[in-house]
Write a protein that binds this ligand. Structure first.
Ligand SMILES: [Zn+2]
Length: 454
């Protein structure tokens, strides 16, 4: 069997993947902080690492995939207060929509999806160990990890201590011994979620959550830890610090995988640019499988521009492949070797998709078995899971392609009138309705202009 090679952020190199136990591969990925709907950038690691898990399952007897849910975080407290609902209500609602989104994207559920609030005891235990071993200290109701207590701190992100001190914000909390020290536990007031602890009523910091949950389900050292590029520092660096200092070994995970960013028409997605596309927004226009194919169209470590064109290309590609497979059935033994070789090379999904298109060409030319090979291989990417006729039929359903230009102009006029009448409630409702339909309004002294988000 050919070797799987993965790019390891720890070494910045592609390495042969050698699991600790070849019969049981253990993988952890950081999951969502549940305060709002996920956007297509958040969807990328979900889909990419789902492909990794499907590939590992073909090669190893058992794979345990843990992806957590962060349900205690200050962003959650703030959002719940803004919306005037309880933290519980917000978390329940967000977890529900998250599961709807992952299902739409055709991602398999992780084997274990632990919630942070169900593991406070394990977090406190780890914090106590870190304090006992001299890696953490208590100060004013907080417990902080002392970064200088670990010689190899910064190894994942390749940052030196000087960089980190220079990078720390000028305003350093007075209870910190050193600017780079980070929070393991912090005090809560009456309006914040909290638990009793040896350090008083409080709540955990974000980083300790993942260290404690990974240890609970995967042990002190496991095979692969995955997440987005933005998590390398500080989140993953701090997870390594906590876990390694608690158990005294050199590693938390042997391989660290990070996916690249998603941009929208070559711009970073951000609130201020108004170009954040949630999975729900995208699913109003494209099927989940199309979004999935688009997310796999670039190599996972490369940036991915998820423009409307990329989505259309993905849809056209699926149309073509579905026509070629018709209604054949996937059989794991028929997976194409050239296709597998692409994935074994650090999950090269664009090359794997190109091979699927070659198989579609061969199937169209009547090459025996090409349609079965296409269907069976595509299953490793989580694609072509329905039969060709079902796909074609669903395509005939008119999908909401947004709102037409005349309707936008009419609503903008109505909003202008409402504002002139000082009926700001109506004006805001109209703006919300347009935002929902993917229309961005820009008000200026010359009047209101608009553009489509997509
Ligand atoms: Zn994490």
């Amino acid at each position: 069997m050919n070797t799987l090679r993965l790019h390891n952020t720890l070494t910045r190199k592609k390495e042969d993947f050698i699991p600790i136990d070849s019969d049981h591969v253990r993988v952890y990925a950081c999951g969502p902080t549940v305060y709002g709907r996920i956007h297509v950038g958040n969807a990328r690691p979900i889909v990419v690492f789902d492909v990794l898990i499907r590939l590992l399952r073909l090669r190893h007897a058992k794979v345990t995939y843990v992806r957590n849910i962060t349900d205690v975080d200050d962003k959650i407290n703030i959002r719940a207060a803004e919306r005037g609902i309880s933290i519980d209500e917000l978390c329940t609602e967000t977890i529900d929509t998250f599961h709807q989104d992952t299902a739409r994207l055709g991602s398999l559920d992780p084997d274990i999806e632990p919630r942070a609030t169900h593991h406070i005891g394990e977090m406190q235990e780890m914090i106590m160990t870190l304090v006992d071993k001299g890696h953490a200290y208590e100060a004013s109701g907080h417990v902080l990890f002392q970064v200088s207590s670990m010689d190899t701190y910064g190894a994942l992100s390749k940052r030196s201590m000087d960089d980190m001190i220079a990078g720390a914000r000028v305003e350093v909390a007075p209870y910190k011994r050193e600017a780079a020290d980070f929070i393991l536990w912090k005090p809560s007031n009456q309006n914040q979620p909290g638990w009793s602890s040896p350090w008083g009523w409080g709540r955990p910091g974000w980083h300790i959550e993942c260290s404690a949950m990974a240890k609970t389900y995967l042990g002190e050292v496991f095979d692969i830890h995955a997440g987005g590029l933005d998590l390398i520092f500080p989140h993953h660096e701090n997870e390594i610090a906590q876990s390694c200092c608690a158990h005294g070994g050199a590693h938390m995970a042997h391989y660290w995988l990070h996916n690249g960013f998603v941009t929208m028409n070559d711009e970073k997605m951000s609130k201020s640019l108004g170009n954040i596309i949630t999975v729900t927004d995208a699913a109003n226009k494209y099927r989940g499988e199309t979004i999935r194919a688009a997310l796999l169209s670039a190599h996972y470590r490369a940036p991915l521009d998820l423009s409307d064109n990329a989505m259309r290309d993905a849809r056209n590609g699926l149309d073509r492949m579905y026509r070629a497979v018709g209604d054949v059935v996937a059989i794991p033994a028929r997976i194409d070797e050239e296709f597998t070789a692409c994935l074994l090379d650090d999950l090269n999904t664009p090359a794997a998709l190109a091979r699927l298109h070659e198989l579609a060409t061969l199937a169209n030319k009547g090459r025996a078995g090409a349609d079965e090979a296409l269907k069976s291989s595509a299953a490793v990417l989580g694609l072509l899971q329905q039969n060709g006729s079902a796909w074609a039929k669903a395509d005939e359903i008119v999908r909401r392609d947004g709102i037409d230009d005349t309707a936008v102009d009419v609503l903008i006029m109505a909003r202008k009138q409402a504002r002139a009448d000082r009926d700001f409630t109506t004006a805001d409702e109209i703006r919300d309705q347009l935002t929902e339909a993917g229309i961005i309004l820009e008000d200026s002294i010359d009047g209101t202009t608009w553009r489509r988000r997509w």
